[in-house]
Design a protein around this ligand. Structure first.
Ligand code: ZN
Length: 63
């Protein structure tokens, strides 16, 4: 078993572990994590460990 402070991240689309994470705070104070895969360019968002809809984020971040 691994004992890492952060869970190993793998892309749900291609299985690569070349995923970057960027912590962000939305204008309403919601803390989210932006994930992006270097291999297949999949992008997704997590909020408190749960995947969330990108459309919702765009509504919150977009101008
Ligand atoms: Zn990928």
């Amino acid at each position: 078993m691994r004992k890492a402070s952060t869970e190993p991240l793998t892309c749900s689309a291609c299985g690569s572990d070349s995923v970057i994470q960027i912590d962000m705070t939305l204008p309403d104070g919601t803390e989210v994590v932006f994930n992006s895969c270097h291999v297949c360019e999949a992008k997704w968002w997590d909020k408190e460990g749960e995947p969330i809809e990108v459309d919702g984020i765009i509504d919150l971040v977009g101008e």
